[in-house]
Design a protein around this ligand. Sequence first.
Ligand code: PLP
Length: 415
Amino acid sequence: MRAAFPRGTNAAEEDLGDEFNSLHLDTRILTSRAKPLENVDPVIVPIYHSTTYRYKSVEQFNQPNHASGSNYLYQRSGNPTTENVEIIINEIEKGNGALLYNSGLAASSAVFLEYLEAGSHMISMCPLFSGTVNFMTEVLMKFGVEITFVDFEKEGDNFTKAVEDAVKPNTKMIFIEVMTNPAMNVPDISALIELANKRYILFFIDATFVSPYNIQPLTLGADIVMHSCSKYIGGHHDVVGGCVTVKKEDNWRRLKLQQSVTGSAMAPFEAALIARGLKTLALRTDRISDNAMAIARYLEKHPKVHKVYYAGLESNPFHKNAKKYLKKYSGMMGFDVGTTEKAIKLAKSVRVITLAVSLGGTESLIEHHLSMSSKARSAPSNYVVNIPEGLLRFSVGIENVDDLIKDLEQALDQI
Ligand SMILES: *Cc1c(COP(=O)(O)O)cnc(C)c1O
């Protein structure tokens, strides 16, 4: 009878022939291995955690790309599990190359360090994610980069003009986030890109808050887009990572070279979690955005809620921009219940929703912004970000929306 399941063979035994059996046990343990896969194509890209690769000869090593068309030499410069995710993200963003980093901040700082230097000037929107502000004020400025922060909440409709007024002969980059936090206001992204293009300034955007499903800034003309994969891309609150996608392949080459010398690449285990998360990016962000829309409408009518901050509401002062640039409005919202005491009480009273920082995952998370997130600075010290004391920031998840509304209802009843 033919065996239905062929027994695996030892590649070392095939390579070494009879000599293999004369090796000591300890050496046989080390050399033994399965044969590399041939004509086998796993449905899901496996986790390759080898740091290094076997070559048949020095000639093979010295051939361009080691005759394999790949960057696989050492894990810091290329890994199949990581590249799989880069290919998927590049596809979503319609880019000309993506790179994965070991955190969102590693991703954004790589771009700042690559395109700015002592004596160059950057214009940045504020308020921003606090970690990004801290990188700018504590690292970039230390190395002699000049930064002008333009306050979106203050400038509003005048923001593009204010950015234009801030341009100098040495301005090398304009940086914005897709929406401000926690007011969730979306600037006129195309007008800013047009300004950057006209003045030959690199346009860099952090689109973490809305996910790459709801916006692809490269298609609007942005040069570089980044995401914290710890949020919507990973989507399950179980992995930290970041990605950068570029419009021009030259920029991918520059950042790839930089990454191989700074060592900021994502590890393959994390990449595998992200590959899994990406499978449901569309499903999750659709569900989350729909849940959030329904919740924002519910909260807006609630007598104990003073104000709802959500890009999808017609009452949002920059809803026209959100509508123009976003497919749906993501799950990020804020709502003001009036006082710190009430907000803290509500955060403690929710039962289905979780009291925690971070955002963009399957579970709904709520935080009292002033006592949790904004202790970290979201603007340089000479800017005052006006955050209402009763503001709760809410990252809506994929739970059944009726249960979320019921949970908010019972928590609001208690304040
Ligand atoms: C979380 C976040 C980052 C930083 O990402 P990490 O993965 O935490 O390093 C950057 N920008 C925004 C808007 C974020 O929400």
